[in-house]
Design a protein around this ligand. Sequence first.
Ligand SMILES: [Zn+2]
Length: 104
Amino acid sequence: MPGVNFDQIRAAVRIEDVLSLLGFEPSRRSGMQWYGRCPLPECGSARGESFSVNATLGRYCCHRCHSQGNALELWTAATQLPLHQAAVELCHRLGHAVPWVHRW
Ligand SMILES: [Zn+2]
């Protein structure tokens, strides 16, 4: 499989898009900072507001499972796929063209 341009995916994908694919509903919002239950499988059915999102920066962190990062990293952590496969899957799910990198 050809490589993908991760920078282009990071630029195209908003954290809101990934959160909605994961069915995340913030239980509390404070401006562009959102809090709620962590959507990651390792966190399971954990209750509380361990998960927070900074929508301005497009970053998330969870102080329960200590996962953090950007939209692509959130999707990768949630799907537990290898990064390359997660990136391709995410483009498909969001209806973005996959930015393939063709090396000759
Ligand atoms: Zn978590």
